[in-house]
Design a protein around this ligand. Structure first.
Ligand SMILES: N[C@@H](CCC(=O)N[C@@H](CS)C(=O)NCC(=O)O)C(=O)O
Length: 316
């Protein structure tokens, strides 16, 4: 059965910068979507019922297809809604490559600045949750180290903000010219986080007038057309349909991953997170799809990016 006509649902919460990236991505394509607000802290039982254990934000759902991670979301939106494209120039490879850095090292740096500068003002449960997720088992020491290193961390953020400011100084509306691209959303979410959640963020960014003009342009793209939905409605929407037909198999897979294999997928970082187990229905260099079944939501297809995720084959 086709999930093509199902509504787009984003499981997210307002303060999440990675969700802001997805919301801007909806804005670029002018899409209508339903907004399911999830808790900021685990456990998130209604979300993990759909994902099979993945608890990060955001997760996109279209019918019984569940897309984990903003890169997977952007890739799927481009596949289903090619116009206007997220890749308005001929440098899509450069954009994907740069996004591995915006979503990885640059985002982690912003997290260290935001959490490190908050010091003792962070609620204990939030500090423990995000500390473990981003700073590893010894996160309390990591937070203290970030707090002690704030001027250094700011210097690491200042250089790339300067690069963007310089590129934008010719008056272009967006990073690649007059058309917004995925890379605008991918850089913007970090700047949005630094501005909104670091007390010194606005003063720090005031050094970069072209960047600030770009921030206003990206903000003006908006979030598409959004209307709220309850988690119960989202689960019912999954139950009402079947996942899309799987996209294909890959005889060159370096791990020998083939349809029918049982696997567990984890973010490839030491975040202490639960993996998601299921049966592979499709995989290629960019995406892996697992079939799983939930008592209430029925048959589901859960999609992950390959880059940044570890796939463990059972029985090997
Ligand atoms: N690589 C993931 C990262 C997602 C991520 O780390 N999101 C943050 C929120 S901005 C998160 O999940 N924090 C913990 C939570 O929301 O439970 C993506 O691009 O979607």
């Amino acid at each position: 059965m086709s999930g093509q006509t199902s509504e787009i649902i984003l499981h997210n919460y307002p303060q999440s910068p990675v969700a802001e990236k997805a919301r801007i991505a909806f804005g670029i394509k002018g899409l209508a979507w339903r907004d399911v607000e999830i808790p900021r802290l685990a456990p998130k039982p209604m979300l993990t019922q759909l994902t099979g254990g993945y608890r990060r934000t955001p997760v996109m759902q279209i019918g019984a297809d569940i897309y984990c991670d903003s890169a997977c979301i952007i890739r799927e939106l481009e596949r289903r809604f090619p116009e206007p494209t997220y890749f308005p120039t001929t440098e899509a490879a450069m954009m994907w490559a740069a996004s591995r850095w915006t979503d990885g090292a640059l985002f982690d740096l912003a997290v260290k600045i935001v959490l490190g500068s908050a010091g003792d003002n962070l609620p204990a449960d939030f500090a423990a949750d995000r500390g473990r997720l981003y700073l590893g088992p010894d996160w309390a020491a990591g937070l203290r180290a970030a707090n002690a290193a704030l001027p250094h961390l700011a210097s690491q953020m200042r250089a790339p903000m300067g690069w963007l400011n310089q590129q934008l100084s010719d008056g272009r509306a967006y990073l690649l010219g007059e058309a917004p691209a995925a890379i605008d959303a991918q850089f913007f979410h970090v700047v949005w986080f630094v501005r909104g959640r670091w007390a010194q963020g606005p003063e720090f960014l005031a050094e970069f007038p072209h960047l600030e003009r770009w921030e206003r342009n990206v903000t003006a793209l908006g979030h598409g057309t959004v209307s709220p939905m309850t988690p119960e409605e989202a689960i019912a929407a999954a139950a009402a349909t079947e996942p899309l037909d799987p996209l294909g198999t890959d005889p060159r897979d370096p791990q020998g991953i083939m349809p029918g294999a049982e696997v567990t997928v984890h973010p490839d970082v030491d975040g202490g997170e639960q993996g998601v187990t299921g049966i592979v229905t499709a995989s290629d260099a960019d995406t892996i799809t697992l079939a799983r079944r939930d008592e209430k939501a029925g048959n589901l297809a859960v999609h992950f990016p390959r880059a940044g995720y570890r796939v463990e084959l059972h029985g090997t």
